[in-house]
Design a protein around this ligand. Structure first.
Ligand code: ATP
Ligand code: MG
Length: 608
């Protein structure tokens, strides 16, 4: 392709809308244009990158025996009602774009395709003889993200490869899951990315496991905890570890102490001269279930530890039935406005004890006849204690009174141990690893590129997708699902590989492998040599651009660096000796090669 004939516009300045390097560079180099929040046009250079990524994804999917298909993006609400996800996706999380068609039917734009594929499996899979089966597609997904940002990293319209597998049993699922793990590793390796597969949260669905593929980059939204021996890596949402040992308590007897202005653990510990490991901290959460029930949750945890919201949310989902609900819609630490909705009197924030009286919750008001009940508030705190706080002796904690704490307290004496003992603590960098306590958890940032998931029978049970096994019994299909963010991957590659001058594409996914630059288009010799090289390189299968624009040489070199084409060939001064200058983008290494050696040399480099 000739740059003179391309829609080729680069920017010298960083665009104000971009925060991270890859987003800035893709905009500046003319790969993408923002059309609306989280909605981007993929311009010709970007589209070539995306097609290269897709090709690698396809080859690796096909190698596992998966079959490509294309499912509708426009999906009927009824299917999502069958799985129970319509309200959560359109109202609670609100991630699904929905609409009403001219026949007054509700529809949604697919954020994911479990419902559609399960409906197809329900209709078409009858017997164990048709299993296992793995179908995938590469397609635009729509998600009304709360915070679209970082360009293609978190878009509201983006390209995903999603695959769904169907199995007679867990063992068959595990086999395909392993194959997909292998395929995902190949995809990322072939795209030239540094990555790590980590244990991931499967949400409350349970399932036997899930892993995320993280591309390592400082701008990553996810935190990964791992050990140096390579035996453990997990998303912090899921990570487990051994907490540090607690120090012996300096308090011998139970008493209430005046501790003015000590509403944080730090201030309290410095005032009481004790370690935070001798403190029971009580954190108040407000959960709202899908039936509108508001539950106030009091979590008691050791003072030096923090609550992992994802683990807590999973616990609360398991408890949904207690409140006549199925799932949880929101979980927050209630701010003063939220507190006002249910608190009978001001809460002793910063001084809460595990036995904060239920009388802090305003009793239900009798509803006027015919009035629709707004949300209902559970009349008692849901109290739980994290494992880190269970064995503490003579601990310090709040006194349920502003400016006061109690010390020397014990479970079973001054406080009842909550009946719910849970593991909701957040693993931290510096903690000891479970598999080997001599290993210390380290932390890195990652961009989630892929997620593989053993779903089990959640969707098949909800939607009645069954098959007949060898014994003639009707069984629910066992499912797996597997996603790769194709557009996110492409941008992540830039985030991992750039310098002050621009993008450095890994050769495998670069839009073009080489660019021939004519420094002076008024020089007939230069033009002739460049045209010949351009034609021959393309013939030889090396995808090559020709910068034949009427621009200064300096501008052309800058642009070539910015768009990140792996090899640059310049028909300049050395032409007199029958040579051209060849520059490798990544290392900026320059050599002069005789014209006849250009193609074989580049071929060799590209294959390497
Ligand atoms: P995240 O936690 O980043 O929102 P997710 O858990 O919602 O991701 P999945 O539903 O597992 O993601 O989707 C599969 C893959 O699709 C992700 O691993 C990611 O690479 C990509 N992806 C998800 N949401 C977006 C988005 N808004 N923009 C671009 N890619 C996305
Ligand atoms: Mg998401």
């Amino acid at each position: 392709m000739r740059l003179s004939q391309m829609l080729f516009v680069t920017l010298r300045e960083d665009p104000a809308e971009a925060e991270i390097p890859s987003h800035k560079l893709l905009l500046r180099a003319g790969y993408i244009r923002r059309i609306a929040s989280g909605v981007y046009a993929y311009l010709p250079l970007m589209w070539r990158v995306l097609q290269k990524v897709s090709k690698i994804v396809r080859e690796e999917m096909n190698a596992t025996g998966a079959m490509e298909c294309l499912l509708p993006q426009l999906q009927p609400a009824d299917l999502w009602r069958e799985s129970g996800r319509w309200d959560t996706y359109t109202k609670a999380e609100g991630i699904m774009f929905s609409l009403v068609d001219r026949q007054e039917r509700e529809m949604g734009l697919g954020p994911t395709h479990e419902e559609v594929i399960t409906a197809i499996a329900r209709d078409m899979i009858r017997s164990y003889r048709q299993l296992p089966l793995n179908l995938y597609q590469i397609q635009t997904k729509f998600r009304d993200e709360i915070r679209p940002r970082f360009g293609l990293m978190r878009g509201r319209e983006f390209i995903m490869k999603d695959a769904y597998s169907f199995h007679p049993d867990e063992e068959s699922l595990k086999q395909t899951y392993q194959d997909m793990h292998h395929a995902y590793s190949n995809i990322l390796r072939r795209c030239g990315l540094k990555f790590r597969a980590v244990d991931a949260d499967s949400g409350a669905i349970g399932g036997s496991g899930s892993q995320e593929f993280m591309v390592l980059a400082d701008a990553g939204e996810d935190e990964i905890l791992y050990t140096d021996d390579g035996k453990y890596a997990a998303n912090v949402e899921k990570a487990v570890s051994l907490p540090p040992d607690s120090s012996p308590s300096p308090f011998k007897t139970y008493e209430k102490r005046e501790t003015p202005g000590t509403e944080t653990i730090e201030k309290m510990c410095s005032f009481l001269k004790c370690s935070p490991t001798c403190v029971v901290k009580n954190v108040l959460y407000q959960a709202i279930y899908d039936n509108g029930m508001v539950v106030l949750v009091l979590v008691s945890i050791r003072g030096d530890q923090d609550v992992n919201d994802v683990k807590l949310q999973n616990e609360l989902t398991r408890l949904a039935e207690r409140y006549g609900a199925k799932t949880i819609l929101s979980l927050v630490v209630p701010d003063p406005t939220e507190q006002e909705k249910w608190a009978a009197k001001p809460l002793p924030l910063g001084y809460i004890a595990p036995n904060l009286p239920d009388s802090y919750i305003r009793p239900a008001q009798p509803q006027p006849l015919g009035a629709k009940a707004i949300s209902q508030v559970a009349p008692k705190f849901l109290r739980m204690v994290d494992k880190t706080a269970v064995d503490l002796k003579n601990f310090a904690t709040g006194a349920n009174e502003a400016g006061y704490h109690v010390v020397g307290a014990n479970w079973g004496k001054e406080f009842d141990l909550p009946e719910l003992v849970v593991d909701v603590r957040k693993a931290k960098v510096g903690d000891r690893a479970l598999h080997d306590p001599s290993q210390i958890l380290e932390s890195a940032r990652g961009i989630e590129i892929g997620h593989i998931f053993q779903l089990g029978a959640k969707y098949s049970k909800a939607m009645g997708a069954t098959y007949t096994n060898e014994q003639g019994e009707e069984m629910p299909l066992v499912m797996g699902c597997y996603g790769v963010g194709v557009s996110r991957l492409a941008q992540a590659a830039v985030e991992q590989s750039f310098d002050k001058d621009g993008i450095i594409w890994p050769v495998a996914i670069a839009p073009y492998q080489a660019i021939v630059i004519i420094p002076n288009i008024n020089d007939v010799e230069q033009v002739k040599a460049a045209e010949t090289l351009y034609t021959e390189l393309n013939h030889a299968g090396i995808e090559t651009l020709l910068d034949d624009r009427d621009e200064r040489a300096g501008v052309k070199f800058k642009d070539a660096d910015l768009i990140g084409i792996p090899y640059r060939i310049v028909t300049g001064k050395a032409l007199k000796e029958g040579k051209v200058e060849v520059v490798e983008r990544a290392s900026k290494e320059t050599q002069e090669l005789p014209l006849v050696e250009v193609i074989p040399t580049l071929k060799q480099w590209i294959e390497k």
